[in-house]
Design a binder for this molecule. Structure first.
Ligand code: BTN
Length: 230
């Protein structure tokens, strides 16, 4: 496992995107804390000491652009299975790629595609997992492994996430979300439930009918490919 480790960075994703050409396929950029951690939909990711903050650089060959989202979902599944193995048995997936424990966020993922000369060069998959924080000051409910009573070493968690991702990665490169759909749905407890999706401050409520083969959310008669489940 190739790890480039920092005490502090503005954001491991920003670093990996800015230095993309110099970083190898499979490189991990790790920081103890981030001063400008980035979340999805232009949000901030609070990155105090105790959390695991890393970005994985992947440079797949002949990669279908349609499969971009499934790389992130494969990472979500890898983190989920890792959290289960460390004892957080109640961890579940929230579409598109968050992980919740007791309805509180424990992991978020932000992927950024890197394009050059019109073509895709690779993807930076940024992962934040709450591990050893005693408390988390965030506008939305959040929890760490420690707050759940679980002690874990960040390096061990990282190692396991990457080992698991390395199994899903070739499958997803070949087949997209379809390769992991069944496993993903096993820990996605929102099927046949009423849910709310927020896209650009607009709210859509409806019954969730699962996910399609591209990892998009099926909400009543709509197919949703971007947004946030509330
Ligand atoms: C989200 O839930 O909105 C995604 C959060 C992603 C946070 C991680 S922490 C490591 C990497 N670097 C960043 O700036 N963001 C991601």
């Amino acid at each position: 496992m190739e790890i480039l480790s920092f005490e502090v960075l503005p954001s491991t994703n920003t670093y990996a995107c800015q230095n993309f050409d110099a970083l190898a396929d499979g490189q991990i950029v790790l920081a103890k804390t981030q001063t400008a951690g980035r979340g999805r939909l232009k949000r901030v990711w609070l990155s105090a000491e105790g959390g695991l903050y890393f970005s994985l650089v992947v440079k797949p060959q002949n990669f279908k652009i349609d499969f971009l989202g499934s790389l992130t979902q494969a990472m979500a599944l890898s983190v989920l299975k890792t959290l289960h193995s460390f004892g957080a048995k109640e961890a579940v997936l929230k579409w598109p790629n968050d992980i919740l424990c007791q309805s509180k966020k424990i992991c978020g993922i932000l992927s950024q595609a890197v394009f050059k000369e019109g073509g895709l060069c690779g993807v930076v998959i940024g992962v934040g997992v709450n591990i050893a924080q005693e408390k988390i000051d965030s506008p939305k409910p959040a929890v760490s492994l420690k707050m759940l009573g679980i002690e874990a070493k960040k390096e061990d968690v990282l190692k396991e996430i990457i080992n698991r991702f390395n199994i899903y990665y070739p499958q997803v490169c070949k087949q997209g979300f379809k390769a992991i759909k069944e496993e993903f749905l096993k820990d996605f407890p929102f099927v046949n439930k009423e849910i709310k999706i927020v896209v650009d401050k607009k709210e859509f409520c409806g019954i969730c009918h699962g996910l399609d083969d591209k990892g998009q959310l099926l909400l009543d008669d709509k197919v949703v490919n971007i947004g946030d489940m509330e």
